[in-house]
Design a protein around this ligand. Sequence first.
Ligand code: GRF
Length: 218
Amino acid sequence: MLQVGVLASGRGSNFQAIIDAVKSGRIKARLRVLITDKPGAYAMQRAKENGIEALYADPKAFASKDDYFKAIAAELQKREAGLVLLAGFMRIVRKPLLDAFPMRVMNIHPALLPSFPGLHGQRQAADYGVKISGCTVHFVDEGMDTGPVIIQAAVPASHGDTEDSLSARILKCEHMIYPEAVRLFAEGRLEVRGKKVVIKGHEVPDGFLPLINPPIGQ
Ligand code: GRF
């Protein structure tokens, strides 16, 4: 069975959505370990409540960022992780981790990439005045939110939206598409071809514009 490692820095609501999907049997994988860079992260609590090993990796204990990510990669390898999920992990992942898990590190970003990468995707979208925003699950490469897109969900935005109101609407969709992307990966249905991720066994019919692509459960 696929062993999954999760990196999180904060409240971990996406982590929880994935825990729930594993528990319900929708995702056939084992959440093997949570690693955090913040000892007080609520994600730690969620791990403990669900019998998932939780580790605190202190970035200050390492001479360089590369060393830090080398150590994290080693912990994940020790546990035979086949997939690494960034779930609100507030650091840019460095090469040693990406090299250890090529196209095996996923992230969720709260905007429709390639629009609004980096921090505060929701605020950037609200300030820009876009009429549609959303969220993106992608594989992580060395750029800032530039890796191949796996699933996106579109969320309507309006001029009355604040960062908070838009964030809340987007978060509901994050909790749908992140577990779905993990499910597809666990089922061996994601194939990366250059910049594109092909979802095996799924085709979008002509003229069909789903708000979530692919529609959940296909
Ligand atoms: C989410 O908005 C996610 O898109 C971004 O960080 C936030 C994490 O929230 N990468 P949570 O910790 O999963 O609740």
